[in-house]
Design a protein around this ligand. Structure first.
Ligand code: FAD
Length: 470
């Protein structure tokens, strides 16, 4: 008997660890609700997790087995279940964050204590941390070089789903365990409508994207209403799809691409998949970036952290329409379009002079796709504190960003109904309107809480002080 411990690999197909365990089968699949992990979770993410687990359990049942569900400290639970089912080996897929690695080391020790062998398998990325390095063997801190090697490296094919006869009969455990409710886990049902979780809806998203969006990705991905992005972030975060399956679909799209533009688009999408791996390598080699700046400045950055401004940003009432639309999309859907994530993150750090850690904490609470390495990488990029970061003097203008990427204010009015029916040119020049004009056109929409041009100067001065420039 083999025990496969699922963590962020909530699928049966293209699961390297599971396939590896199944080769020696039969396999008992296990998931453990870990209070230590739940402590850092937000309600939308927990909703997504529960739905994905429900779908995984159904899949196992269809294959004649079942998912064993437990709650507790994995250091106790995993060895206990291993002994209960008489496991000859416990298998799991590697996780690369600092906390996950600490947990895995502790579980490894606990299994050693009861003499059950274990194997951790590389699955979550195409190329494991340490496998793509500079010629001197150092991890990359610049994406472009990383990408060239990542792109040229051979990728594994998807692993097949284990056949039913390689999975254990559920009778091997007394009680497979019920899935808890969200309230049992200490969370309220989120206000947000979270996208459907599980391998089937994830595969539908992948197929839909590879039929259309992937061929327009290069030109349309920055426009939030053009639907040229995959919406796979939560699937990649939770592993409801395997990375090899996603990559194979993009290679099939590459074969179907007509002309250079479409091929470039497919490659541009593949390069986003590589960003996810790059940031995972960065996190693996620098676990402290979760709370500390990656890039060192000579002096501390004197963030202002005004609580009222921070609250206005969180609630989407800054008076900068594209920022407010993004923050409200986050609240409504537990998701935000990438271009808008960049705009709201820039606004928080460069217009409100607020420490990126406040933004990261808010995203972590509300995003269904919160993934430490990407969220952290994105925030530190926007705050000019990360690898490849936006240089401190390149500050997004939220009005021109809105005008360029949402010219008809279609995205904005979808989430900011107070601006419905207002001429897009007025929406995009809200900061320049007189108080009277604002009252007459959209009385319920707030005045801009700050002046972008003034704040831009203050941000530059703040970074110059941090750099030690006079
Ligand atoms: P697509 O454009 O279809 O991209 C496909 C996949 O590539 C994504 O699902 C993701 O896994 C990866 N990817 C795309 N862009 C990036 C990127 N810039 N960095 C790393 N990987 C990327 N992504 C998350 O998955 N979780 C987060 O918590 C997260 N927080 C972010 C916070 C900020 C401030 C910023 C600027 C970006 C953040 N991103 C995060 C990256 C990006 O915004 C999302 O991955 C993307 O919007 C998800 O939508 P999609 O799946 O349709 O993306």
């Amino acid at each position: 008997m083999q025990l496969h411990w699922h963590r962020r690999d909530l699928r049966a197909a293209d699961n390297r660890g599971l396939a590896f365990a199944a080769d020696a089968g039969p396999v008992v699949p296990l998931f453990v609700f870990d209070d230590g992990v739940l402590e850092h979770a937000g309600a939308p993410r927990v909703r997504y997790l529960l739905d994905a687990l429900g779908a995984l359990r159904e899949r196992y049942r269809a294959l004649g087995s079942d998912l064993v569900v437990r709650r507790g400290d994995p250091r106790d639970v995993v060895p206990r279940v291993a002994l209960d089912v008489g496991a000859e080996r416990v298998v799991w897929n590697k996780d690369y964050s600092g906390l996950a690695r600490e947990r895995d080391t502790a579980v490894r020790r606990a299994l050693d204590g009861v003499d059950v062998p274990r194997e951790s398998v590389h699955d979550h990325l195409h190329h494991e941390p340490g496998s793509i390095t500079t010629n001197a063997g150092e991890p990359y801190s610049v994406y472009t070089y990383f990408w060239k090697k990542w792109r040229d490296r051979e990728k594994a094919e998807p692993y097949p789903e284990p056949p039913g006869d390689s999975l254990a009969d559920p009778a091997v455990v007394d009680d497979t365990g019920a899935l808890p409710s969200i309230a049992d886990l200490g969370f309220e049902e989120p206000d947000a409508t979270v996208q459907e979780a599980g391998a089937d809806p994830a595969r539908e998203r992948l197929d839909r994207f590879c039929d259309d969006g992937v061929f327009r990705y290069e030109t349309d991905r920055d426009y939030p209403t053009r639907e040229a992005v995959s919406r796979l972030s939560a699937d990649l975060k939770w592993g409801t799809l395997g990375v090899r399956e996603v990559y194979a679909a993009t290679e099939a799209a590459m074969d179907a691409a007509e002309g250079d533009e479409e091929e470039t688009s497919v490659e541009e999408f593949q390069s986003q998949l590589a960003w996810r791996e790059f940031y995972t390598h960065v996190l693996f080699f620098n676990p402290e970036v979760v709370t500390a700046n990656y890039k060192e400045y000579e002096n501390d950055i004197e963030w202002r952290d005004d609580p009222e401004e921070l609250a206005a940003w969180r609630e989407g009432r800054t008076g900068y329409p594209i920022v407010d639309a993004g923050m409200r999309q986050l609240k409504a859907e537990a998701y935000m379009h990438n271009r808008v994530r960049m705009i709201v993150a820039s606004f928080l750090t460069k217009d409100l002079l607020c420490d990126w850690r406040h933004g990261y904490a808010h995203f972590r609470n509300l995003l269904a796709d919160h993934d430490t390495q990407n969220d952290n990488g994105g925030w530190q990029w926007a705050a000019s504190t990360g690898t490849d970061a936006q240089p401190y003097f390149r500050i997004f203008n939220p009005m021109t960003q809105g005008e360029r990427y949402d010219p008809d204010a279609e995205y904005i009015t979808r989430y900011v109904p107070e601006l419905e029916g207002v001429d897009p040119s007025v929406v995009h020049s809200w900061h320049e309107c007189s108080a009277l004009q604002r009252r007459n056109t959209a009385p319920d929409y707030p005045e801009p809480i700050v002046d972008h041009s003034e704040r831009r100067e203050e941000a530059l001065a703040m970074f110059e002080r941090a750099r030690g420039d006079d």
